[in-house]
Design a protein around this ligand. Structure first.
Ligand SMILES: *Cc1c(COP(=O)(O)O)cnc(C)c1O
Length: 457
């Protein structure tokens, strides 16, 4: 399987050619999803005893399978939180794979981990966390949030022996990402949701704490604030909530999986004031820092606490803790043991382009949201629902019912025009279905936005 032969060399050339083509086109096609049955009909049996051969399999990929995907970096993919990995990062993702690096321990992955850590230093510097703060790259925001709340709970349980037997409690708001609730389920903690999708204010948080029963107050171990909500780009009152956490001795986690990239943008950096007081922070480079999937990050004010929570023990692992392997072991700070050095593409891209380019590209996303907002305000058939938050724009098509938005989404998708999906927003106590843009790709143009808005006429 691993022996070099002519077929393998040809295969390698074909794949490199494909990769070069793919990253050189500025406007990849928006693919159309098909059912598994339809795809099976198109490609037939691919896993067989003898193998169908690389050329055949690759052709099936190129002919049929790749076309059933929507590339996240399409300039008119403005749904969910899209992505826009740089060419440098994509190429280095290939290098990461080709280099076969085990990223759990310095002993095996020193060169790769060194690069990840250089990129991590830049991320930490964006947050303003005090010296000693550091972090690791994870598979994404979900894994970063889980790693952070496990650390928070472990710390809380270390404070007093009674906490060992208590079910923990987390306060957050309904603006928080779904993964916060899911990961609380994973660790069997309760979540108290403040009922606002607007900015979570510290006074509101204090009120919720004051209203807790004595027993619940002893179970409260963390508050999760959001640095850029996924739905609307709203940044909670981070400074106010940080101060509460400090006074009440509660872990302060900031989930900035989407918004974290905007820490690089001077125009909005002030909105994040207080993030420097967090105990832990989630940032997804695969969202707004132009990394390919998948690459999240979790940062800690005191990484030692993460190590106490996550460091794995096993006789077969002792060697990594030996003096001889002296170095930074990423597996000590998050839930995963064997790991890809997934921060490596970010490092290369940062090294190649410089941090100024990152700042400009994030600012462009914010600017595109402002441009869209102006176009919406000037259009008779549209209405802005709220001023843009970071790069998220919520707007309505006057007179449309929820099914109109759904039909419009699918029609644009079928035509290969754009991917823009509806969301819901609370207006006067009820949830209204509306349309939403999230801008990440700096190559999206004003003309692209106009075409999409015109398709709602
Ligand atoms: C996207 C997102 C997550 C989840 O991140 P994944 O990388 O998808 O696991 C968590 N929190 C926020 C605020 C997000 O926007």
């Amino acid at each position: 399987m691993h022996k070099i032969d002519i077929e393998l060399i040809e295969m390698t050339m074909d794949i490199m050619k494909y990769a070069i083509n793919r990253i050189s086109i500025s406007q990849p096609e928006i693919g159309v999803p098909k059912s598994a049955d339809d795809l099976k009909k198109l490609v037939g049996e691919t896993i067989t005893e003898k193998g169908i051969g690389g050329e055949v399999a690759f052709n099936l990929w190129k002919e049929h399978l790749v076309k059933a995907n929507v590339p996240v970096d399409h300039p008119m993919h403005l749904a969910f939180v899209p992505a826009s990995p740089t060419r440098a990062a994509i190429m280095f993702d290939l290098v990461t794979s080709a280099s076969s690096i085990h990223g759990a321990y310095w002993m095996e992955g020193a060169g790769g981990i060194f690069c990840e850590n250089e990129a991590m230093k830049w991320l930490v510097s964006l947050t303003g966390l005090p010296s000693g703060a550091f972090g690791v790259f994870t598979s994404g925001g979900t894994a970063a949030n889980l790693s952070a709340i496990v650390t928070a709970r472990e710390y809380w349980r270390s404070l007093n022996s009674e906490n060992q037997f208590k079910k923990g409690l987390i306060i957050t708001s309904i603006g928080a990402h779904s993964s916060v609730k899911s990961m609380a389920k994973v660790i069997d903690a309760d979540v108290l949701m403040v009922k606002t999708e607007e900015r979570l204010e510290s006074a509101e948080v204090q009120k919720v704490i004051n209203n807790l029963s004595e027993e619940d107050r002893t179970r409260l171990f963390a508050i999760v604030a959001t640095g850029g909500t996924t739905n609307a780009g709203i940044i909670d009152d981070l400074l106010g909530i940080a101060n509460i956490c400090e006074n009440e001795n509660i872990w302060f986690h900031v989930d900035a999986a989407y918004g974290g990239g905007a820490l690089a943008a001077k125009s909005v950096r002030h909105l994040f004031t207080g993030i420097e007081k967090a105990d832990s922070i989630t940032i997804d480079p695969h969202k707004w820092l132009f990394s390919p999937y998948d690459c999240g990050a979790v940062l800690y004010k005191n990484p030692e606490l993460a190590k106490q929570a996550h460091s794995q023990e096993g006789s077969y692992l002792d060697i990594f803790k030996d003096e001889g392997s002296n170095g930074f072991n990423p597996s000590d700070y998050q839930i995963q043991l064997t790991r890809r050095v997934r921060g490596l593409p970010l490092w290369f891209s940062l090294a190649m382009h410089g941090t100024n380019k990152y700042e400009e590209s994030v600012e462009r996303g914010i600017e595109l949201a402002q441009i869209a907002s102006k176009l919406i305000k000037n259009a008779n058939h549209l209405e802005l629902v709220r001023e843009p938050g970071l790069s998220c724009v919520l707007y309505r098509r006057i007179g449309w019912k929820p099914e109109d938005y759904t039909n419009w989404t699918f029609e644009n998708h079928r035509k290969g025009l754009a991917l823009v999906t509806p969301t819901k927003w609370e207006v006067d106590g009820t949830y209204e279905t509306i349309s939403r843009f999230c801008f990440i790709n700096p190559d999206t143009t004003e003309a692209d936005i106009e075409v999409i808005l015109d398709s709602m006429l």
